[in-house]
Unconditional design. Sequence first.
Length: 137
Amino acid sequence: MANWHGSVSPHRDFAQEEADERAAEAAKATTKIYGSSDDLIELEGLITEEFNHSPGWSTQDQQDAILAFSDGTLLQMHYDGLWRITRVVAGSCGYSHTPGSEADDTNDVVVLTGDLKWCVKSERNEYSPHVVIKRKR
């Protein structure tokens, strides 16, 4: 930091350092959710996991996946050639959604920002979860 006569000041910018630390912590507290291929649901970040999901290939058989998170967020995952993600219930974590594109052959991506403890995956119309995944300590 330059002082009034142009030389570099030995004083540190503590406010900027604190802001940088908060940004680094926030980046660590994110979980990215997206579909891959036609049968995988991926979680990366604070919670990292790969779920196998067979959506069914006929209209009658098709089952969406439901992801429930410890903050109260509930996401519905639907595959129709691309993975579509719909937020059914908003939890306490920050939420961002990037829609996929048929033209670009990309899937929807959701990023949850906050202190997630676990995620549960289930099939639509089922009452008991398949898998509970807790974050690494």
